[in-house]
Design a protein. Structure first.
Length: 363
């Protein structure tokens, strides 16, 4: 079996730094491959109080949700205007920093691309209907469904069980919820908060996803009756994506987390509730691999490398390596002291070994 089936991760995930112009702004991704994104996540790097902006091709480019807010979906027709064959186009709406003139933004872009629609009563897959877009090569799907308020199963469109799923109620003001394979299925993390919730079997029926469906319970955060829901589903792909955990050692020379590739993008959530346990996002497009110390935070609207009005760069540090990443100053930021667990999701810049068995980008 090949070490990886994804020799070029830029076919499925790319990061882009761009400068806003306050008008029509065609953003061309600068990877080695043209990629029409299906999920675009934008964050202003320069200014506090500008929220994360998430749009996707299933809901439509004008439909905005924000990872740091509970707000229901809003329509902004002049913010993200279209998904293009090599990127996306912005309009003149500069609110939340998406296209503020002269300001630097980052966009993280994922590819799905193949539409599906599931009539559960006809196919026998899942108990409620779903539709969306999927890409089995990348292990990514975007799934739309209408909640029932009671236990249900939903087709996710992929050919393997998802390892990581992000849920948002589009119709009302509700928390984001996250399923991670390394945590009990009964335990839902909240993407918009630093909380580490206790067990609640009403989120996912205490049931891991299967190769065809994921389970949602009666909790109105993930399955509110008659509300429109959106789910982003990920299957781990060797050499391209990783959804794991690591345990801190409390040292400045901290824990190494194995990925099997050189990461381009990493999001870390310490599994504890305290003032520092945010959703840290590191990205080598924005920062140097050693030390990468300029995080953004999925649950905060602060600018890059800042938290609470003071620089975080003295604390939040990681090294990006050829086959994973290493935590630095372990006891001085959210990953905490010795013995504390953290969950992470990561996507590759390049595999450690390509499909021909040749090491790539050794550092």
């Amino acid at each position: 079996m090949a070490y990886t089936t994804v020799d070029n991760p830029e076919l499925y995930f790319q990061s882009k730094i761009y400068t806003g112009n306050g008008g029509t702004n065609a953003i061309t991704l600068d990877g080695s491959e043209n990629m029409q994104p299906d999920w675009v996540w934008i964050k202003d790097r320069d200014t506090n109080n500008n929220s994360h902006i998430l749009v996707d091709s299933v809901r439509g480019a004008s439909k905005n949700v924000h990872s740091n807010l509970t707000n229901a979906e809003s329509t902004k027709t002049d913010r993200v205007v279209s998904f293009d064959s090599d990127g996306f186009t912005l309009g003149a709406d500069s609110s939340q920093g998406a296209n503020d003139n002269g300001s630097s933004q980052v966009a993280w872009c994922w590819k799905a691309g193949t539409s599906f629609s599931n009539d559960a009563s006809s196919t026998g897959i899942g108990s409620i209907d779903s539709s969306g877009s999927f890409n089995n090569d990348a292990g990514f799907s975007i799934v739309s469904f209408v909640g029932t308020g009671s236990n249900a199963t939903v087709k996710h469109g992929l050919n393997a069980a998802p390892n990581f799923i992000i849920f948002k109620d589009r119709s009302s003001s509700k928390d984001w919820f996250v399923y991670h394979q390394s945590i009990s299925p009964a335990r839902g993390l909240k993407l918009n908060k630093s909380d580490y919730p206790g067990n609640d079997s009403s989120y996912f029926q205490d049931t891991a996803p299967s190769s065809s469906v994921f389970s949602v319970g009666s909790a109105n955060t993930v399955n509110a009756s008659s509300n429109n829901m959106i789910a982003y589903c990920f299957v781990e792909k060797k050499g391209y994506s990783k959804f794991g955990t690591f345990t801190s050692n409390g040292n400045d020379s901290g824990t190494f987390a194995y990925c099997g590739f050189t990461p381009r993008w990493i999001m870390i959530k310490p599994l504890v509730s305290d003032g520092w346990s945010h959703w840290y996002i590191f990205d080598t497009k924005r920062d140097h691999p050693q030390l990468n110390d300029a995080p953004l935070y999925a649950n905060l609207d602060t600018r890059e490398a800042y938290y609470g009005g003071s620089p975080a760069s003295n604390y939040s540090q990681i090294d990006i390596l050829s086959n994973g990443f290493k935590i630095r100053r372990d006891g001085n930021w959210g990953v905490g002291g010795s013995g504390q667990a953290s969950a992470f999701m990561a996507f590759a810049e390049s595999p450690f070994v390509n499909s021909n068995g040749i090491p790539t980008n050794a550092k």
